[in-house]
Design a protein. Structure first.
Length: 182
């Protein structure tokens, strides 16, 4: 009598395959994590640039001043149409005693409030204007009805040390994005 042999895998063979797969994934996942964090940084930088271009466009089309407020503590960008009294405050003066109160992002206001929270692993590193360098607190850039701006440069960084600079020209208000090398 012939015994029919059952085709299939033994438990030992399955365990060996699972061990091989887990070892390969342990080697591959760290290689993929780096490019993903760099992608988050690049995407965040592009979104900030687009938000600044939006503020410039709205300021010119509506013939009013718009403000881009970078909140280093909460790692976010808030675009708003400030009140005339607030627009008279010196732009990025560290000795300025007037506290900056950013709008509440939970209330989406019709006058154009936009809030962008940076993703995990990406942070605002530095803000540079003609007056000062800002590493914490608030950094503001105004966009004027003429198309110009108060100017400034924002540096965005990730945990791996890669950085992008977003430069806003103070005469034309144009926004340029570049990767920091070196």
């Amino acid at each position: 009598m012939h015994r029919r042999r059952h085709r299939g895998f033994t438990l030992l063979e399955l365990i060996v395959v699972l061990v091989i797969i887990s070892l390969m994934s342990a080697l591959v996942v760290p290689k993929l994590a780096g490019p993903m964090s760099n992608l988050d940084l690049k995407t965040a930088s592009k979104k900030i640039s687009a938000s600044l271009r939006y503020a410039r466009s709205r300021a010119a089309s509506e013939k009013t001043t718009y403000e881009a407020l970078f909140d280093f503590e909460k790692n976010r960008l808030v675009i708003t149409n400030p009140s005339p009294a607030k627009a008279d405050i010196p732009i990025n003066n560290p000795g300025n005693s007037t506290p900056i109160q950013p709008p509440d992002p939970e209330q989406d206001r019709p006058e154009g409030l936009k809030t962008y929270h940076l993703p995990d692993g990406v942070k605002l590193a530095k803000g540079v204007s003609r007056e000062t360098d800002v590493h914490s607190g608030f950094f503001r850039i105004f966009f004027f009805p003429s198309g110009g701006s108060s100017g400034g440069e924002i540096t965005v960084a990730n945990e791996r040390g890669r950085q992008y600079k977003i430069n806003v020209d103070f005469i034309t208000g144009t926004v340029q994005l570049s990767e920091v090398t070196g």
